[in-house]
Design a protein around this ligand. Structure first.
Ligand SMILES: [Zn+2]
Length: 242
């Protein structure tokens, strides 16, 4: 259910896999996405199950309405009855507030400066990475007192550069914005490696403590993959401070 989980100086990072929930096919089982056609009741149960497994309150988890953009929003409390904003990064200095990002091939980016007490969750797909969602998230963190040199960065399961085939023109466009994302599929055609782009951006921003999940969602039967299955569930990445 909860795949890799890590705590660094009071900052917690966790990524889910697809098992341990109640959703039926093609969303089986732990679909955490509310906008993919799954039964909302099942998604609610799954979010409760995941929160329980993490030892947090589901009501303290902040989700996003992700739109492949480059805007980061600072959040101080759960949205409650307010509309969930269209954004691809959320940032907080509120301890105990749990930030969540949904993905199925895109790169979930979790960031924390435990000293400043600032965390961020970002959704970096190909368009968002290219548009600069990761630098936007780091800028929003530094605005709240974070120092990139102290930021711990973890990226979760995502489609890898050997699987993410794109047209030649698209690869050129992405690599023009972020050269590190230039890739080739295992069968020799143009590809992009979004996570490599994310890590290159973080490195240039001065974020040294970085780790990339070795899991490729498209290759893993234990993870949702949009490119593989089209109609499918969403994984979640969670980050919070004690
Ligand atoms: Zn792969």
């Amino acid at each position: 259910m909860i795949g890799p989980r890590e705590s660094v100086s009071g900052a917690h990072f966790a990524f889910t896999d697809r098992w341990g929930g109640v959703s039926a096919a093609p969303y089986e089982a732990l679909n955490l996405g509310g906008a993919v056609g799954d039964d909302p009741g099942a998604v609610g149960v799954n979010r409760e199950l995941a929160a329980k497994s993490l030892g947090v309150e589901a009501a303290r988890v902040v989700w996003m309405n992700q739109v492949h953009g480059a805007d980061a929003v600072v959040v101080h409390e759960p949205w409650g009855d307010r509309p969930v904003p269209e954004t691809d990064a959320i940032v907080t200095a509120r301890r105990g507030l749990v930030l969540a990002v949904l993905t199925a091939d895109c790169v979930p980016v979790l960031l924390a400066d435990p000293v400043a007490g600032v965390v961020a969750a970002a959704h970096a797909g190909r368009p968002g990475m290219t548009a600069g969602i990761v630098p936007a998230a780091v800028r929003a963190m530094t605005g709240l007192g974070a120092d990139p040199a102290r930021i711990v960065a973890r990226t979760g399961p995502a489609v890898c550069g050997r699987c993410y085939e794109v047209p030649e023109e698209m690869r050129a466009e992405v690599a023009g914005a972020e050269p590190a994302a230039h890739a080739t599929t295992s069968w020799g055609t143009p590809a992009v490696d979004v996570a490599a782009g994310v890590h290159a951006q973080l490195e240039r921003l001065g974020v040294r403590d970085r780790e990339r999940s070795p899991v490729c969602t498209l290759e893993s039967a234990d993870h949702f993959s949009y490119r593989r299955d089209r109609t499918t569930g969403r994984l979640a990445g969670y980050v919070w401070l004690d």
